[in-house]
Design a protein around this ligand. Structure first.
Ligand code: GDP
Length: 476
């Protein structure tokens, strides 16, 4: 009957079209089943195949996760395996942090996808600066790497991926492969030339029981380049630009502490507005890009694309309360600097707009500088990323992974601000992203088969160079 149908649709929404498992205790993670009350339903449905891969992954994680028999045997006994152990199926990828929260979330999602594709279990090495941010993503288990993992501190004696490749070239893989291997995919670590996208590397990596990954890159496009993964990926993601959108919504649920900040802020300032505009202003050099120039650019961008109305300079604003039939827009500003929120707020308080809309500006924090090893600082960053993702439209800064996470979670194609110099702003002041996917800043440039340099956008029609990083790659 009708009522059961509406309950079914509702619980379906609550589980984001089947993306989320229903097995969790709700109280331990309020955001997991409440997020649908704060966001518009995504027009992008996860494929049935992706859902089945996720349920299967959850099963594997339960079987191999921390403190299972397999885990204890493989992870705490170190590198010595007997023949019997070879039959044990469990393999692992240990994620380690590098760079800011945006970078970390992108690499977590990429590592998770790699884990699914290679039947590995994803474990995360969270220091205190990451512990309070997210709920556990996998039912009846944990993704936290236990502290007694023998290589938690001392990594000096572990074989590296480069070394393994070199040895493999020298003696045609006659030597035994290590059980633990450090895989460094950071951009500073020969990002363009690491051969990770080549099948021969994947064949070797497959044989390693425990990979310890360090990366600051969204290397998902790489996975699409690897022939042995391609079919699985196409079935999981018929819409290629939804990888982070789905995996991010699956993995990243704000902890109760973060959720309290998010939901309270949302209800106090954003819920009642007719429209919510998010602005993520990441300025690296305030001398080259003075605050006022950036403000001018933001205004030029919002007016040009009708995100915000022009000011009516003839009439100063009088009463501050919103009249009954007056529409209102809420602007959420995320930035390290307080100047943006303050200047924009003052501007819209002092002046009316030509459309008579009321514009309210809010900036939750201004941390002045990046402090990524501080837990409270990261909670603020996560809160703002999440709040931005709840907006109806977004303006972001170039090359910022902070903005990428917000846009992808929100399913939004942002307007990306151009870099301003001195007092000049570029024309056009901002450019619409063609995809909500994050940009992979340092993709490979080497074609494994032809042994020559290649532009991968010419080989894959669903990859484009990013608007904000010309050498980067984005799935579209
Ligand atoms: P990216 O450097 O812009 O790619 O983004 P990351 O998230 O990797 O690193 C920047 C870090 O600086 C963030 O994780 C925050 O710790 C901090 N940060 C930068 N912009 C903001 C902001 O608007 N709000 C808050 N709260 N923190 C920010």
């Amino acid at each position: 009957n009708d009522s059961s149908l509406s309950t079914a649709t509702m619980s379906n929404d609550k589980l984001l079209g089947g993306l989320l498992a229903s097995k969790f205790d709700e109280g331990s993670c309020l955001s997991r089943y409440q997020s649908y009350l704060y966001r518009k339903a995504s027009p992008h449905k996860p494929s049935a195949y992706l859902i089945s891969k996720l349920r299967n992954y959850e099963h594997v994680h339960r079987t191999c996760g921390p403190h299972t028999k397999s885990y204890d045997k493989i992870m705490t006994k170190g590198a010595k395996f007997s023949k019997n152990d070879a039959r044990m199926k469990c393999k692992y990828i240990v994620w380690t942090a590098s760079n800011g929260l945006g970078n970390r979330m992108l690499t977590l999602a990429a590592a998770f996808l790699y884990a699914i594709l290679t039947d590995r279990v994803l474990l995360v090495r969270f220091e205190n600066d990451m512990i309070g941010l997210f709920c556990e993503p996998f039912p009846d288990s944990s993704w936290l790497l236990p502290r007694d993992f023998p290589y938690w501190k001392d990594r000096k004696h572990i074989e590296t991926y480069e070394n393994m490749l070199m040895k493999d070239q020298r003696n045609n893989s006659k030597e035994l492969l290590p059980s633990f291997l450090i895989l460094n995919l950071q951009h500073t670590h020969d990002g363009h030339n690491n051969f990770f996208h080549c099948d021969h590397s994947q064949v070797l990596l497959q044989k390693v029981r425990v990979l310890i990954l360090t990366s600051d890159q969204y290397f998902v496009p790489t996975l699409f380049m690897i022939p042995s993964f391609r079919q699985d990926l196409s079935k999981m993601f018929p819409e290629k630009d939804t990888v982070f959108h789905h995996l991010g919504r699956y993995l990243f649920h704000p902890s109760n502490e973060a959720w309290e900040l998010i939901s309270r802020f949302y209800q106090a300032h954003l819920a009642k507005a007719n429209e919510r505009i998010g602005m993520q202003i990441r300025v690296y050099n305030t001398h080259k890009e003075p605050h006022q120039t950036v403000i001018n650019e933001i205004i030029a961008c919002t007016v040009k694309h009708k995100l915000l109305p022009e000011l009516d300079l003839q009439k100063p604003a009088a009463a501050t309360s919103v009249l009954k039939n007056q529409t209102s827009k809420a602007v959420l500003v995320a930035s390290l600097f307080s100047e943006y929120g303050e200047k924009l707020r003052a501007m819209y308080l002092r002046n009316k707009t030509v459309t008579n809309e009321v514009i309210r500006v809010y900036q939750p924090s201004h941390e002045e500088r990046q402090k990524s090893s501080n837990g409270m600082h990261n909670i603020k960053a996560w809160t703002e990323i999440y709040l931005l993702s709840l907006c109806d439209s977004l303006i972001t800064s170039r090359k910022s992974t902070f903005g990428y996470v917000a846009q992808s979670l929100g399913g939004l194609k942002p307007w990306i601000l151009q870099r301003a110099y001195g007092e000049t702003i570029k024309n056009p002041p901002c450019e619409r992203a063609m995809s909500m996917e994050p940009c992979f800043h340092y993709p490979p440039k080497y074609d494994c088969r032809s042994n020559a340099t290649v532009d991968f956008t010419s080989l894959f029609h669903h990859m484009m160079h990013c608007e904000d990083v010309s050498n980067g790659l984005r799935l579209v």
